[in-house]
Design a protein around this ligand. Structure first.
Ligand code: FE2
Length: 343
């Protein structure tokens, strides 16, 4: 009798657990599906859902791996509230996270860094041909996994499009890779070549209703040697996101100098992690702005604008908010850049 009672009780427990799990799963799927398929709901997610998700109240230790996650274990005093527009966080899509476990570990690091929203931007190029369906599925799968672990990170769709590939893509395919389901396209800045058609490409995309956002132009020899060319593109409405690693010098002096000059001239609209893994290129901003302070005093005033305000506007398809002024923040002159650009 006692045994039958125990059995009935455990059956009830299992049924309740299964029901609860299924309900969580359905909710997570609905949530992630909304992120993927309802770009118009994005503004609501940014302004309504995320502030309530409360990642400041979740406690976990990314360095110790997924097993260390303990709900409500501690309160981490985040100083930041970040939107990362460039990260190779989706599992098995490119040279970023190889599998879901790696994606989750990166996500935990991102949350510990104060990142609340990340646009997943797998490479789209000759090596990784456009596959919007696989990207959207991976976004959904990662959001479901994160929701079940109660990791408060929203992963949005996107892609980092090689310019030569973007040139050949039709509107429908391009739209599928828009950041957050919107009209902004992240274009990978070229590492070589003159690209005489670059201006025509960005103008053509703009005419077709897209908003080009150059990924790490500071790493491109094209712009390192001719910052005026970048400046003209920005004048025509092209946006730029700088890698945090370039600002700290991790990508070399030329990239750091160019990033510095971009901030001095007002050519940087966002700062992203361009994360690829959890060790060598993790989703961290680190002390990116602080490391530029000695050369450009006051540049840290742009931290919140570049990591939250402007990215939110970019995702929402809104005009950029007013950029904080860098009064007196002229910094030292970069002769190497100026000498090539004629100043
Ligand atoms: Fe990238």
């Amino acid at each position: 009798m006692a045994s039958a009672s125990r059995s009935a009780s455990s059956t009830t427990f299992i049924t309740r657990s299964a029901t609860s799990l299924a309900s969580e799963f359905v909710k997570a799927r609905v949530y992630s599906a909304r992120l993927v398929h309802e770009p118009l709901g994005l503004r609501a997610v940014i302004h309504t859902v995320l502030p309530r998700m409360g990642n400041r109240d979740t406690g976990f230790f990314p360095e110790q791996g997924i097993g260390s996650f303990q709900k409500g274990h501690s309160r981490i005093p985040f100083a930041r509230s970040v939107i990362d527009l460039h990260a190779h966080i989706l599992p098995g899509m490119d040279d970023g996270a190889p599998d879901l476990e790696a994606s989750i570990a990166m996500s935990m690091t991102a949350v510990a860094e104060g990142i609340e929203i990340v646009a997943a931007t797998p490479h789209v190029n000759r090596d990784y041909p456009p596959d919007a369906r696989a990207m959207a599925y991976a976004v959904g799968a990662l959001n479901v996994a994160l929701a079940r672990l109660e990791v408060a990170l929203a992963v949005l769709p996107g892609g980092e499009l090689a310019m030569a590939t973007a040139r050949e893509m039709d509107d429908e395919t391009l739209r599928a890779f828009g950041l957050g389901g919107g009209s902004c396209l992240l274009l990978e800045s070229p590492y070589g070549g003159e690209l005489p058609w670059l201006e025509d490409l960005t103008a053509d995309l703009q005419e077709r209703g897209f908003r080009p956002l150059l990924a790490h132009p500071e790493r491109s020899p094209l712009f390192q040697e001719d910052i005026e060319r970048l400046s003209r593109l920005v004048d025509r409405g092209v946006l730029c996101t700088v890698n945090a690693g370039s600002m700290t010098g991790r990508s070399g002096d030329a990239a750091r100098d160019c990033a510095l000059e971009m901030f001095r001239r007002g050519l940087a609209h966002a700062v992203s992690t361009d994360a690829h893994d959890n060790a060598r290129r993790p989703p961290r901003l680190g002390n990116a702005f602080e490391s530029l302070e000695p050369d450009l005093p006051g540049v840290s005033k742009l931290d919140h604008w570049c990591t939250k305000d402007a990215p939110a506007a970019i995702l929402g398809g809104d005009p950029l908010p007013e950029r904080p002024a860098l009064a007196g923040a002229r910094g030292r002159r970069l002769r190497r850049i100026f000498s090539r650009s004629g100043e």
